[in-house]
Design a protein around this ligand. Structure first.
Ligand code: GDD
Length: 405
């Protein structure tokens, strides 16, 4: 793979944010050019073998989910964390049927779990990780909460890297590219604490009867503006380095995943940056992890070659996502009155109200959870956990007989 070299890198304490790098070619010849990073396919394949792709899903169109599942490179393990309905129609059963079918045809390793499985809530409770639970002791609704469950499963099968892919992508070929881009970025990293965030070249919209290849959406444009402002006010130098504040499609090393704190729902991605600035920036009081401080945390931002075409969920959804994103900056200890006032102005414009944003729930690092114990309890009591191993028809599948069959 050929990726443009980052022209510049913003250094903030031990955090290095590389400027946007374009994918130049998916493959490459054997040559050296100081202006490009040439990542050999063998290195990409080595990363894929050590990576789990986590797909959070909630009632998505099955045609889209099926395309996404089939697009994931064979060497990765797939982890589906579903929060889909199980009442009138058991959507989770339809999802696991599709997964089982793909596994039987391809032999790829696939794990599934339902977010509302009481055994999952119980496993988190026993691990002392109650901040992910609702009042009934079940894992709360939310994409971030699903992602954390997925990370635990990825750790249980010993993965070194985790990537996240949304289930509502119309173009399977772009999903494949995103995962190769994750691997390419991780190969470029010099630190074992690193993250790759994707920036789509275009997000096409249909305007009247034509495609319009839009570059920016309101949420990402506004979130990036405020994350950059947070950085700029601290360094005293204006920057626009962050272009991936809301990067749903991202990957990170398990070592970094273990030490991060997570924000709920859709605020998870912008909070990654806020967390890194607060804990690894120049003013960080307590060093959360001296090893990571020494190694440095690297953030790569890669511009995809493919456009991103996904399901549109409506204006209310966009407003909620933006409020959740801005809340991460508003409540940051690095924020100041000026930034907070500007956020309230933005929200006034968006929601026609002058209120400050609601604070997002936070979930502590997962590194302290004993994965062995967590999985033992989960496997014993779960009615929705399913693991289909590579090259093994049927695997150690455990279905809820009453509803899944
Ligand atoms: N497990 C689980 N639990 N999955 C969920 C939940 C939940 O409660 N809520 C949503 N999902 C899944 C969706 O089914 C989809 O696969 C993925 O999470 C993203 O949710 P969408 O509702 O499709 O979000 P979006 O497309 O508007 O926004 C996405 O892109 C943004 C960047 O443009 C998300 O990935 C955002 O987090 C991201 O910032």
């Amino acid at each position: 793979m050929l990726v443009e070299m980052a022209r510049d890198t913003e250094v903030f304490g031990s955090v290095k944010i590389h400027e946007l790098q374009r994918v130049l070619k998916f493959d490459s010849g054997d040559f050296e050019n100081p202006r490009v990073c040439n990542v050999p396919f063998e290195s990409i394949r080595d990363v894929l073998k050590r990576m789990a792709i986590i797909i959070p899903v909630k009632n998505e169109n099955m045609h889209l989910l099926d395309g996404v599942l089939r697009a994931i490179p064979f060497h990765c393990s797939v982890i589906l964390v579903s929060n889909s309905d199980r009442d009138t129609h058991d959507v989770y059963k339809i999802e696991t049927d599709a997964v089982t079918n793909i596994h039987e045809l391809t032999q790829q390793e696939i794990l599934c779990i339902h977010q509302k499985d009481p055994a999952l809530g119980d496993a988190f409770h026993k691990a002392g990780y109650d901040s992910i639970l609702d009042k009934k002791g079940l894992v709360r609704d939310g994409k971030s909460e699903g992602m954390i469950a997925g990370m635990m499963l990825a750790k249980s099968i010993g993965k070194d890297f985790m990537g996240f892919i949304d289930a509502d992508n119309y173009i399977p070929g772009s999903v494949r590219e995103y995962i190769l881009d994750f691997a390419g970025g991780l190969c470029m990293s010099k630190s074992s604490y690193s993250m790759v965030r994707l920036h789509w070249k275009y997000k096409p919209k249909v305007v009247e009867d034509k495609f319009y290849f839009k570059k920016w959406g309101r949420v990402s444009e506004t979130t990036n503006k405020f994350l950059n402002l947070l950085l700029s006010e601290h360094t005293g130098f204006e920057t626009g380095v962050i272009v991936t504040g809301n990067s749903g499609e991202h990957a990170l090393t398990t070592k970094l995943a273990d030490i991060m704190t997570y924000s709920s729902g859709y605020s998870v991605e912008p909070y990654h940056y806020v967390y890194l600035f607060e804990n690894f920036g120049p003013d960080a009081e307590n060093t959360v992890n001296p090893d990571a401080v020494t190694a440095g945390v690297e953030v790569f931002q890669i511009e995809t070659l493919n456009p991103h075409l996904h399901e549109e969920k409506g204006r209310k959804h966009i407003r909620r996502m933006l409020a959740g994103s801005l809340s991460t900056v508003y409540y940051s200890k690095l924020s100041n009155d000026g930034i907070r006032e500007k956020i309230v102005e933005e929200i006034k414009d968006l929601q026609k109200s002058c209120r400050k944003p609601k604070e997002n729930a936070r979930m502590p690092p997962i590194g302290g959870i004993d994965v062995g114990k967590f999985m033992k309890g989960l496997q014993k009591d779960s009615k929705t956990y399913l693991r289909l191993k590579q090259g093994e028809i049927g695997g150690e599948a455990k279905h809820e007989k009453s509803s899944l069959h």
